[in-house]
Design a protein around this ligand. Structure first.
Ligand code: E4P
Length: 215
């Protein structure tokens, strides 16, 4: 499973990019707002840090507006992926953009039929929202597992991005479900890195090393 960061915070992206673990980045209008910067300002910087896919979301609701935004966004860098919500207008835009060779990440996927429609429209990626489904008492991980299964059965090449990840449990579960990608918020990424026994092990090794130096 490839790791994407789900943030528009450039400092956080730089920190994890230095470890070589970040394959791509996803942003959305809420994350851009949280960064305190504009999309036009922050997306070029993210693209220069991460050579892999960087999703930038359109805000227009109609196909023509989405296409206009998308055509501007792809000029920023070669690795920009256009993020479009799963609506009728959105899928029309996906059809046009994919025929132009522009990669689209269809976002706000909450059902198996939505994932199939997005894939058939030509999406390079679909983003089922795990946490938001759990929030309404549904099983977000199960949706990811079902989409992975269906895409495999029908040999659909669209990659599945597990989005709205809230916990280590989500990461483990979507990994075991064979999901192609998880887009992970920084807090959860930090939690993936640590284990109390690692810290304890380092302390013990250092203590033993210091003892050995006294002999
Ligand atoms: C995905 O691409 C979205 O940016 C993101 O995962 C949404 O997560 P949230 O439900 O925690 O806002």
């Amino acid at each position: 499973m490839k790791i994407f960061m789900d943030t528009a915070n450039v400092d956080e992206i730089r920190e994890f990019a230095d470890m070589g673990i970040v394959y791509g980045v996803t942003t959305n209008p809420s994350l851009i707002a949280k960064s305190g910067r504009s999309q036009a300002d922050v997306i070029p910087e993210i693209c220069s840090l991460i050579p892999g896919p960087v999703s930038a979301e359109v805000i227009s609701l109609d196909c023509a507006g989405m296409l206009e935004e998308a055509h501007k966004l792809v000029k920023i860098a070669e690795n920009v992926v256009i993020k479009i919500p799963c609506t009728a207008e959105g899928l029309k835009a996906v059809k046009v953009l994919s025929s132009e060779g522009i990669r689209v990440n269809v976002t706000l996927i909450f059902s198996l039929p939505q994932a199939l429609l997005a894939a058939r429209a030509g999406a390079a990626y679909v983003s089922p929202f795990v946490g938001r489904l759990d929030d309404i008492g549904e099983d977000g991980v199960q949706l990811v597992a079902d989409i992975v299964d269906v895409f495999r059965n029908f040999d659909i090449k669209t990659e599945v991005i597990a989005a709205s990840i809230r916990s280590l449990g989500h990461v483990n579960a979507v990994m075991l479900a064979g999901c192609d990608i998880a887009t992970i918020p920084t807090k959860v990424l930090r939690a993936m890195l640590v284990h109390p026994l690692t810290d304890k092990g380092i302390e013990k090794f250092l203590a033993d090393y210091r003892d050995s130096q006294k002999r």
